[in-house]
Design a protein around this ligand. Structure first.
Ligand code: PLP
Length: 390
């Protein structure tokens, strides 16, 4: 089969795919249909937490698939219950709602905030404040939450009730809190699609205080920056805040579709039977995979993420053609003098997969990438960024 030709003929052209058809992977290595090997520094956009076809992960998936693959949410299942218990124990949150994607995890977060405000202050308290340059998903509501007009074009009208304010500007958010009927505030602790920008610590802690003062539901979108990616289990833990709601997906299940919305004390009882739901949410196979991922995201692994992060920053900082490095843990954006697209193309030609975030080269390797491959990949990135710019 000609994979690329068939794909182009039959699949909606929503993705600008690289000219590569991947056929198999193992750990941080992946091979295309011609047998060419790549070191993967993107992990399926922060999804493959332990790389491709990881033995522990694959066993958990295979065993659950061979035991009980789906039941509907009309019945209890062990993987789903265990996963929720682990998430609550490790975060202090009180309840979990499972879905299938980041966008759905955010939809649930937004519904939780609106329901809390409607119950407590009245339905007119429905405004959700988000940040400019944010990304929260592709449904019409999460597009409304996304503070980047480029994603809105041609899809209006979007869900009403969303206001975006500049990141790291406490006064701008407070002005909206004061003048509008606000239900919730949603932020990515590290803006991923927006260019891998960690928010200022004083802003994050300041917003937590403001939300408390105005009784606004504080929501962290940890779809990309969660699940160990920043060297803490969830990125908010680096900042010492306690959000009311945390949404996550991507790396949680290590390569299967699973979204989770964690509900803290403030909102733990907002949902009642019938007020929200999802056919596949908490599917036993995805949940068993996530249990196996979470079991391995221990202190040792997280400290390895921080060590590897330092290795990336140390190796690339100050190198020819590299202007700046932003990020946290293994969620890193490299600003290059050369056009990022050109650097990415050159890396691909030289056997390294990296992706783009705004005008930066974005690195999101598997959390357990061996040093050997990390060092090799960094050498390729350094060369691609540096050639002709020194
Ligand atoms: C921060 C953030 N939120 C939400 C989403 C949407 O997730 P999904 O594509 O799983 O719906 C993404 C996807 O990139 C994301 O990075």
């Amino acid at each position: 089969m000609n994979i690329k030709q068939t794909d182009n003929a039959c699949i909606a052209h929503t993705y600008a795919r690289f000219d590569v058809a991947l056929v198999k992977g193992k750990g941080s290595l992946v091979w295309d249909e011609t047998g060419k090997e790549y070191i993967d520094m993107a992990a399926g956009i922060a999804v493959n937490t332990f790389g491709y076809a990881d033995d522990v992960w694959a066993k958990a998936v295979a065993e659950q698939a061979a035991t009980l693959q789906h039941t509907s949410n009309l019945y209890y299942t062990e993987p789903c219950a265990r996963l929720a218990q682990m998430l609550c124990e490790r975060t202090g949150m009180k309840k979990v709602f499972f879905s299938n994607s980041g966008a759905e995890a955010n939809e649930c977060a937004i519904k939780a905030a609106r329901k809390y405000a409607a119950d407590k202050k009245g339905e007119e308290y429905n405004v959700i404040v988000t940040l400019t340059n944010s990304f929260h998903g592709r449904t019409l509501t999460t597009l409304a939450a996304t503070g980047q007009d480029v994603f809105h074009k041609d899809f209006t009208p979007l869900t009403p009730g969303f206001v975006s304010v500049p990141a790291n500007d406490l006064a701008a958010a407070e002005e909206v809190f004061k003048t509008q009927k606000v239900a919730g505030f949603l932020m990515e602790i590290v803006q991923g699609e927006g260019g891998v920008m960690p928010l200022d610590k004083s802003y994050v802690t300041g917003m937590a205080k403001l939300c408390e003062a105005y009784d606004v539901v504080l929501m962290c979108d940890e779809v990309q920056c969660g699940n160990g990616r920043t060297g803490a289990l969830y990125a908010y833990m680096n900042y010492g805040i306690e959000p009311d709601v945390v949404s996550t997906a991507k790396g949680l299940s290590g390569g299967l579709p699973l979204g989770a919305t964690l509900l803290g004390k403030k909102v733990e009882t907002v949902f009642t039977p019938g007020s929200h739901g999802s056919t596949f949410g908490g599917n036993p196979v995805c949940a068993a995979a996530a249990v196996s991922v979470l079991e391995r995201l221990d202190d040792e692994l997280l400290s390895e993420v921080r060590r590897k992060s330092a290795l990336v920053f140390d190796t690339l900082s100050g190198q020819p053609g590299i202007e700046a490095i932003d990020g946290l843990g293994l969620m890193i954006g490299v600003k290059t003098t050369k056009d990022a697209g050109e650097v990415i193309k050159e890396c691909l030609a030289n056997g390294v997969l990296v992706i783009k975030a705004k005008d930066k080269v974005r690195l999101l390797p598997a959390l357990n990438i061996p040093d050997e491959y990390l060092i090799k990949a960094l050498a390729v990135i350094k060369q691609a960024a540096g050639e002709g710019t020194a």
